[in-house]
Design a protein around this ligand. Structure first.
Ligand SMILES: [Zn+2]
Length: 148
């Protein structure tokens, strides 16, 4: 029987976190597991993502059992990445998601202006940074799969 997405998300968080039970740092007592489950539920609610998706993503990214902080971080990343398009940039990056700056360098060979660019700390900058990391991770996975 196949469950619909809605039904799937009704799986109790206590059952979902059991996916981490083989991790070396999985809580050893019932209370610890309960806290972990609560952390999962909170992360899902705060970010508007599904608990099952958060668990799957954590397993993909790490071989360790996540902390509350990890869960929230991963959930927020998922929420951002699932946007159909990049969010708006801010005034600081003039909407681009990038900050560029020039640094004056004095070296033995002479003086010159070096141009740097980095991701802005706004939503768009974060989105671009994440999307790029995700792309790099997928490429690595492909390479690893090809080696097998
Ligand atoms: Zn910005």
């Amino acid at each position: 029987m196949k469950l619909t997405e809605e039904e799937q998300d009704e799986t109790a968080p206590e059952e979902l976190v059991a996916a981490f039970s083989r991790c070396s740092n999985y809580p050893k007592d019932k209370e610890g597991v309960l806290f972990l489950a609560q952390g999962l539920r909170k992360a899902a609610t705060a970010s508007g993502t599904q608990m099952a998706a958060i668990v799957a993503r954590c397993q993909e990214l790490s071989q360790y059992c996540p902390t509350d902080y990890d869960l929230l971080q991963v959930a927020n990343e998922l929420a951002l990445l699932s946007r159909p398009r990049a969010p708006m940039g801010c005034r600081e990056c003039q909407g681009s998601g990038w900050l560029s700056y020039v640094k004056h360098v004095e070296a033995a060979a002479g003086e010159y202006d070096a141009h740097y660019a980095e991701y802005c700390s706004c939503e768009r900058g974060n989105y671009l940074r994440l999307a790029r990391q995700e792309q790099a991770r997928k490429n690595e996975e492909k390479k690893a799969a090809a080696r097998k």
